[in-house]
Design a protein around this ligand. Structure first.
Ligand code: SF4
Length: 355
């Protein structure tokens, strides 16, 4: 029942987002409510990912304190009681106050998800996280092979991550937890040949599903650019395997068919002219120091939440208006990575209910 209730809240938020998009697109009416917040609560990380240049060994000076994070959560809840918050990092589980932060979300009845690299997810940590009733926990796993994993993630921890995924799933079972446990795989030139094997792994450990995300290139001179797969034959082969599996009723793959079909063009770099990118209308990205962006790929921020008394006031400021104008007409070809369409949501809901 709780699960269905969360879906109803997310659906309400989603349709509210769609109507805001339409009002903006046709009448330039500014949005009043965001449905997703991606909260980068730290930059400290125990991985060294080749596609990331923002990890730090220690917490950065200026990182939000516990009180500031709690205050930001209160502001998000006040802004939209059905908002979905995704905790990312860095590695969010490294924050010593992570338990307290999740406890506050639970107390406020916030729908939240966590993305973790799974390296330190031992039994205790897994249990503590699940007791706070996250809507979903996504563990990053890009390869089953020691060397490939190390090339992508920079550390030799693939076996620990595989074990910890199992631990998390077993504990969820023991607690009869409704939390969705998923695997997140970034597709790169290094792992393109084992994309379908990773869905076998997800199936074998009885994960809720696996979601693939094509590597996001921040700029041509960024480490991520070198990881763009160029092996077109292998890309087509893997896409076809996944499409075939979905056709045969495989429920483990969470990407929609249209999303899978977009990969080839995305990896080719062929720019599709679009009229509208809705990312900046639906998502706010809160950085570890409180700065807020409307798209992860842009450096521009619309202000710092620590200097505003509400999310409502920050999203109405001049910077926000200017950035939305620029980003909604952005001609890059990555919006499908950030924005799920209606088909993605419907297929996710059906798979969740069946689980
Ligand atoms: S297309 Fe959308 S998601 Fe991609 S960079 Fe532009 S604004 Fe951001």
């Amino acid at each position: 029942m709780n699960k269905l209730f969360s879906f109803a809240r997310l659906a309400h938020s989603y349709f509210n987002g769609v109507s805001q998009n339409l009002l903006y697109y046709f009448f330039k009416i500014e949005p009043v409510r965001y449905s997703n917040a991606v909260f980068l609560i730290n930059t400290q990380c125990n991985s060294r990912c080749a596609m990331c240049s923002s990890y730090t060994i220690k917490p950065l000076p200026g990182e939000m304190t516990t009180e500031q994070v709690i205050d930001t959560l209160n502001k998000l809840k006040k802004h939209n009681s059905n908002i979905k918050i995704s905790f990312v990092g860095g590695e969010p589980t490294l924050r010593p106050d992570f338990d307290l932060i999740l406890g506050h979300c639970n107390k406020l009845n916030i729908i939240f998800t966590i993305v973790t690299n799974g390296i330190i997810l031992n039994e205790n940590k897994a249990e503590n996280i699940l007791l706070h009733k996250p809507f979903a926990v996504h563990v990053s796993l890009d390869s089953l092979d020691k060397d490939t994993y190390k090339k992508i993630r920079g550390v030799d921890r693939v076996e620990s991550v595989k074990t910890n995924i199992n631990i998390l799933i077993q504990i969820a079972k023991k607690l009869r937890s409704k939390t969705f446990i998923g695997i997140k795989t970034v597709i790169t030139s290094e792992n393109i040949n084992e994309i379908s094997n990773l869905s076998d792994f997800a199936q074998s450990v009885k994960a809720g599903g696996i979601h693939y995300q094509p590597v996001l290139v921040f700029s041509e001179d960024h480490g991520s650019a070198r990881l763009m797969p160029k092996q077109s034959e292998e890309i087509n082969k893997q896409v076809n395997i996944l499409l075939e599996r979905i056709k045969n009723n495989n429920k483990i793959i969470l990407n929609s068919i249209s999303n899978l079909k977009s990969w080839t063009k995305y990896f080719e770099g062929s720019i599709e002219k679009r009229r509208f990118c809705s990312t900046s209308m639906q998502n706010i990205f809160i950085m570890s120091d409180g700065k807020i962006k409307l798209c992860e790929r842009y450096d521009e921020t619309i202000g710092n939440i620590l200097n505003y008394d509400s999310i409502d006031s920050i999203i109405k400021n001049n910077n926000a208006i200017i950035h939305r104008k620029m980003m909604t007409s952005c001609q890059r070809h990555c919006s499908f990575i950030f924005s799920r369409g209606i088909k993605d949501y419907i297929s996710l809901v059906i798979r969740h209910i069946r689980n």
